[in-house]
Ligand binder design. Structure first.
Ligand code: 8OZ
Length: 370
């Protein structure tokens, strides 16, 4: 049966073969922050996705919050990513990288000179990160952060633009700004993590300022039609919350709308968890309407707990693209499996974060399933 999921879509400058997107997935297999051959193989295997969004990739050493995640600030890292993008393109795929600054979700052991992690305000996140101690991945509480000085903020905005330029040099088709899940952009947006008294805190336009500056800087650097942003209005991930998320996010998308972005990527509900949160209601249709009615022309991408039926329903109701996370961990040929209605391999949680090929590049595709 034909389904709109498997039809092409043009998202800004990105010509996608289908509407199935591989969501960004942290896998902690880049020791030294360097993309390696195992990662080349992992992404190559998943190139039949309409679009691959890489795992979160640190834009600077300060932007790193977990052991063994990749970066995109040195030429060595750029060269590593070039192998990834070449492999995906040779296999007919499209790939953007996710530009990540964790802000307060980090640990002094991951920071240059063991400095305190940076944040809008000196408010600690009650959440854990992963360090490698004696070769063993270990969960630890994040360190208390230091509030950014006003004068430091333009430099961080420039760091995003710099990493975006590196991304294009490395052969990526575009970039996604990680504006979700309680990392730096989200920390500026939300009242629970932003108690600044300057132009970047307080009323909604001030809290949205950092996000909009980052998006504009990145769009200026690589083209708005190669830029997307991921948002998570109500996720409790990494201890973020906002007192009034509906007006906050509608303000944000209204101001993103005229920029001509390739896409807006929205995590509905709790990242990797419940799609509807009793204590954090949110109207996603109203968010999409706010964007469209203010001139948003790019793709509307939805994410969180989708299967084929739910994805088709979302497309029928106005979404353009659907991002799948965990299903892509276990099913390199997820598009073909969705097309056939299964079967699906089951993802193995123990190998999500860190390790080697097992649980990473050894999930079988249908053709070699036997
Ligand atoms: C899982 C583990 C570590 C990081 C996110 C980048 O939540 C992440 C992440 C997910 O966006």
């Amino acid at each position: 049966m034909s389904s709109p999921l498997f039809t092409p879509f043009q998202a800004g400058a990105l010509r996608l073969a289908n509407r199935v997107v591989m969501a960004p997935l942290t896998r902690n297999r880049a020791p030294g922050g360097l993309p390696n051959d195992l990662m080349v193989e992992y992404y190559r295997q998943r190139a039949s996705a309409g679009l691959i969004i890489t795992e979160g990739t640190a834009i600077t050493p300060q932007g790193q919050g977990y052991a063994d995640v990749p970066g995109l600030y040195s030429t060595e890292q750029l060269d590593g990513w070039r192998k990834v993008t070449r492999a995906v393109h040779e296999a007919g795929g499209r790939i953007v990288t996710q530009l990540w600054h964790v802000g307060r979700v980090s640990h002094v052991d991951l920071q240059p000179h063991h400095a305190l992690p940076l944040a809008p305000s000196a408010i600690r996140a009650h959440t854990k990160t992963v360090l490698i101690r004696d070769g063993v991945p270990t969960f630890v509480e994040t360190s208390p952060p230091r509030a950014l000085d006003l004068e430091e903020i333009p430099g961080i905005v420039r760091d995003y633009a710099h990493a975006a330029r590196f991304a294009i040099d490395a052969g990526f088709d575009g970039v996604e700004i990680h504006g979700a899940n309680g990392y730096l952009v989200d920390q500026f947006l939300k009242t629970g993590s932003n108690q600044r008294h300057d132009d970047y805190g307080g009323p909604i336009p001030n809290r949205a300022r950092f996000a909009l500056e980052v998006v504009r800087a990145v769009a200026d650097a690589v083209g708005a039609d190669r830029t997307g942003i991921r948002l998570s209005p109500v996720t409790p991930a990494n201890d973020v919350q906002d007192a009034h998320p509906q007006p906050l996010f509608e303000y944000l998308v209204r101001h993103l709308a005229p920029l001509g972005l390739a896409y807006i990527h929205v995590i509905e509900g709790a990242t990797g968890g419940a799609r509807v949160l009793e204590d954090r209601p949110f109207d996603y249709d109203a968010l999409r309407t706010a964007w469209r009615s203010h001139g948003g022309t790019g793709a509307w991408m939805v994410n969180n707990g989708y299967d084929r039926a739910l994805a088709e329903q979302a497309l029928a109701q106005g979404a353009d693209l659907v991002a799948f996370g965990r299903p892509f961990i276990a099913n390199p040929d997820l598009v073909e499996r969705l097309r056939r209605g299964g079967p699906f391999n089951t993802p193995e949680r123990a190998t999500f974060y860190g390790g080697g090929a097992h649980g990473y590049t050894d999930y079988p595709a249908l053709a070699d399933a036997g």
